[in-house]
Design a protein. Sequence first.
Length: 651
Amino acid sequence: MLRFDLADGGKEFTPATYCENPATGARDWRFKGFPAPRPLYGLDRLAQRPSAPVVVCEGEKAADAAGELLPDHVAVTSSNGAKSAGKADWSVLSGRNVTLWPDNDDEGKAYAEAVAKALRGIAKSIKIAAAPAAAAEKWDAADALAEGWDRAKAAAFISGATAASGSPAAAPETENGGRRRRQSDNLLDFLPEMELWHSPDREAFATIKVGAHFENWPVRSKDFREWLSGRYFVATGMVPGSQAMEDTLRFIEGRAKHEGSEHEIFLRIAGQDGAVFVDLGNPLWHAVEVTPAGWQVVDRAPVKFIRSASMRPLPVPEQGGMIEQELRDLVNVRDESDFKLIVGFLVECFNPRGPYPILCVSGEQGSAKSSLCRLLRDLTDPNMAPIRLPPRNEDDLIVAARNSRVLAFDNVSDIPGWLSDALCSIATGAGFATREHYSNTNEVIFEGARPLIVNGIPDLAARPDFADRSLQVVLKTIAEADRRPEEDLRREIKERRPLILGALLSAVAGALRHRGETPAVLTRMADFCVWVSAAETALGWEKGDFISAYTGNRKGQIEAALEADPLSDAVAQLVEANDWIGSPTELLARLGEKVTDTVRKSRSWPPANKLRSRLRRLATALREKGIFLDLDERANDIARTRIIGIRRNRL
């Protein structure tokens, strides 16, 4: 195919053969009409280099420019414009690796799609190079040459091309004597695009690059399955079958578990090398790195964050916010002491290690309890359902803890014994296990700690062990004149969230900076108190402000828990004048004299065989009141019978 540049600026292409002229005996060009299908422009170069990769451009000028910029490739095109792809003979590219370099316009895109379709089943692989973001309309290889591109830049541009839809690189092909290649084999062609690894409990994960960022997904997750299916469709134009997908996932899962490295997984918050990382949860997988020097948003955290389907993004934090200015008027608490408890809870939510407190929010109907809990969740761990009804059993609690960093339960009217124990374990940090669905031997395990929020009208911390781990905040009644439309409040919160989050992250940086300088606190939840106390300077508080608020709240909690249990009051009355020692049966009879018949007959009054365990729950709270229990004392050195001793500090 010969190109002629015309005097009027146009161009003309004529098929010709370079052969011997019978009349003269000399070799020259013999012109003839277009055959069908039409030969490609650049056939001579293809014949000279039968194994070289091929670049296809739209137009002969662009093909010549591409050939100059890419000497390792053979540049060709179909003659007579962008709509000529269907008329060309592409069979000469059989078995070649082909990259399309189309013009940067709609016609160029259509041309590339038409060529890719024509090459399906012919070329070994088909890729399409996308024009740079700053490229002008109709930009092509000739423009790149005119702009001064060198060979290295052109090679880098071509190497960044992506597989075309319907690329034969992953399409079924014949091998081993004609046997068709299986879909699962084609799916495994994408293994080089994955980093396979596993968690300490041997769950398989894959890290994949999506655009310019990286994402971590369980191999058995819906997101990873969709990504793999999507890559297969882009490469082949087909959807993989369910059996092929299952076979592939099983193979990938095994490789991740047995050949992949082991990494700890993190949900929303992570700690590493003295820094705290916060997953912002946005589509680009950005994170915040917090160090003793401050915080900054980073493109990728050096830890393995995972996400649940219900997670929602945190805002991009902003510098310059003060917690008192941005948050105080949004929180309907009675006094500054309760406000400091709430802020302390928020700061602790960004501590990568527990134990964590249980924030109990109570108040009259209409005191904005649910609104406050929703706000606190949105500032720490936004979720599609930020506040939920309490779990019905431990299995539900395990599922919630595996999928959320902060747990918030709404409208709790009563906390039964099993739930109180489970929430205490989750807050402190414990292992939970339940049987995996459709399995008799496999377990679903959760091990770790979670910050907890519960709200309700009554006093929720009735059990002493629960009260010992909780912060009790009572909201004040909102006058009708002070109520605001929910929409206005949400809009204001949305505007302030970046500054509030920035202020909390600055407090976390302060906690990292001063944690080693803060003296140990001899109280329950000591680690929590040290963390928040170390952040006091960054929060603009005086030293000791938080401990003062916390100890006052804890004292009130213990007193309320003891008042709610008739057994504790009976014990206090029994040793008012003298200490006591005796068997559980004797003790129960003496305690029964201190309460009414109604109490003795109620479910809250223990039988003799449960008395020791009930007293053990009360021991810590009673000790705060100066009453000491010895629940394992023996009658004498020889007797095996255990008795109970109770004494009171009367100084």
